[in-house]
Design a protein around this ligand. Structure first.
Ligand SMILES: [Cu+2]
Length: 332
């Protein structure tokens, strides 16, 4: 799969360094090659960026996003002293969303994720190692978002983002013996959260750029006696508008996660596995992602894939190997 991602990067550079003119000549819409990318797009970020646009008054959008993340290998420590040793994890998210714009410059939205987590582990007892799997799936935390356009010119805009996260996802996922699964296998935070942010973007002469900063702050301790750590995200992207209907992008995405405050008494002891240790959840990760975007009438279809270029975890923790985000948006 990593090869696919490398392929996507190659495609990106091929597109930017010359294939673009040909793509435009055959794209079939009314965006002529001479004025390639003079088309009056509003700036849009790559598909993995949330809250990057507002719609016209009265406008609706429905969207579906699929995210896959492969985690494999251990970073930031050694698991050999533990009985339950994580080996790899697949995280999938199906995100259903809707947006509506009741007044000029303000778009509100709702997003509900459905999560599927699979983890492979090794149980090590008296020198004997036995493979073991854990699985959890279900709806995660519901988010209600607002995006307000603070300022815009013909080529640039500045948006203010504020989302509220509701504790709709389960924090009681358990194994067959009735013991709670470790933190990364739980589906929700159990807490109310606030997610403020600022998004800047621009588009001129076929080149687009932008940056977003946001934070996720959990406001209360959940009923299992813990609060997930705050998260901070800073990202920047550049894109090339190939024509009216498509674009390629590169994005650098940095994320910092803090440790968990408190601890769930129904989880395994942190002595048994680092996955259940609230003080081994923090980390910093910077990803580089390449994306392709296709737009036709009311539809936008896009995919982004990438790899971490920097990872530093308070571990031992599973490290990210690669990730893919695909999305379909319909605006009307
Ligand atoms: Cu939208």
């Amino acid at each position: 799969m990593r090869y696919w991602i490398v392929g996507l990067f190659i495609l990106f550079f091929a597109a930017v360094t010359g294939v673009s003119a040909e793509v435009c000549a055959t794209c079939g819409d009314d965006c002529g090659c001479a004025e390639v990318c003079e088309c009056n797009h509003e700036p849009r970020a790559p598909i993995g960026v949330m809250g990057d646009h507002v719609h016209h008054k009265g406008g609706w959008m429905v969207s579906y996003r699929y995210m896959f993340m492969k985690m494999e290998g251990i970073e930031g420590g050694d698991v050999s002293g533990y009985m339950m040793q994580p080996e790899s994890m697949d995280m999938q998210m199906h995100m259903f969303g809707a947006m509506y714009t009741p007044i000029n410059n303000l778009t509100i939205g709702i997003m509900l994720p459905y999560l599927v987590n699979d983890m492979d582990m090794n149980m090590v007892m008296m020198g004997m190692s036995t493979p073991m799997q854990m699985e959890s799936k279900g709806f995660g935390d519901l988010k209600v978002s607002s995006t307000y356009r603070l300022w815009s010119s013909s080529a640039q805009q500045l948006l203010l983002n504020l989302a509220v996260s509701f504790p709709t996802g389960s924090i009681d996922e358990e194994n067959a013996a009735g013991q709670h699964l470790p933190y990364p296998m739980q589906l929700g935070s159990g807490s109310y959260g606030l997610i403020p942010g600022i998004t800047y973007s621009g588009l001129a002469n076929g080149w687009g750029w932008g940056a977003q900063v946001n934070g996720t702050f959990y406001l209360n301790e959940n009923y299992n006696d813990y609060t997930l750590g705050n998260r901070y995200a800073l990202q920047a992207w550049g894109l090339r508008d190939l024509c009216k209907s498509s674009a390629v992008s590169l994005r650098l995405s940095g994320n910092r996660t803090e440790n968990i405050d408190g601890a769930d008494p129904d989880m395994p002891s942190p002595m048994m596995t680092p996955l259940a240790d609230p003080n081994l959840r923090a980390g910093t990760e910077v990803d580089l992602l390449a994306g392709i975007d296709y737009r036709r009438d009311v539809m936008r279809l896009a995919i982004e894939a990438g790899l971490p270029v920097y990872q530093e975890l308070d571990g031992p923790q599973l490290e990210t190997d690669w990730k893919v985000i695909a999305g379909l948006q319909l605006s009307f």
